[in-house]
Design a protein around this ligand. Structure first.
Ligand SMILES: [Cu+2]
Length: 165
């Protein structure tokens, strides 16, 4: 009887998990209504600048702003946006942060928004994890680990016009 109950409970749990509007997969981080999807970075040498990419999904009813980030792996972290105008790529610091709209999502990805890890203290090699804390305007923060890899997760091809530092 108890075994049957356990099986039934498992089925209910599985069903309720599947019904969640935001599916999480390995490498995702949850913070309230926010999901930080598959943070990753690229191999880089000590003293160079590293990058941080991920997607922030906001399932909540109010916008949330990613204000800043910090890490022990670099001297400083800035939020940047790359853009291309007339064939020239440039990037700008986003000192006011980046707004994640209610019920929306923002991708930090090559060619667009990204974290810039200024002056890495040690080399980042493929397969390593780089801890980064993301700070939001509602006072909440979450530590994620950037997976150091050569290609984006999900088999996404990197867009043309790579962003170099
Ligand atoms: Cu940058």
């Amino acid at each position: 009887m108890s075994r049957l109950f356990a099986i039934a409970l498992t089925a209910i749990l599985a069903a309720s998990t599947a019904a969640l509007p935001t599916q999480t997969v390995a490498g995702d981080y949850k913070l309230g209504a926010l999901t930080i999807r598959q943070p990753w970075s690229r191999p880089a040498q000590a003293g160079m600048n590293g990058v941080g990419f991920f997607t922030v999904v906001n399932a909540g009813k109010t916008p949330v702003t990613l204000k800043s980030a910090e890490t022990s792996a670099a001297g400083k972290v800035e939020i940047h946006q790359s853009s291309t105008a007339n064939g020239v790529m440039s990037m700008r610091r986003q000192d006011n942060g980046v707004v994640i709209p209610a019920g929306g999502q923002v991708a930090f990805a090559p060619g667009g928004y990204h974290l810039m890890l200024l002056s890495l203290k040690t080399a980042q090699a493929q397969g390593q994890k780089v801890p980064v804390t993301l700070l939001f305007d509602n006072g909440r923060k979450v530590q994620v680990e950037l997976a150091v890899q050569l290609v984006p997760p999900n088999g996404q091809a990197a867009p043309a016009g790579e962003h170099h530092h």
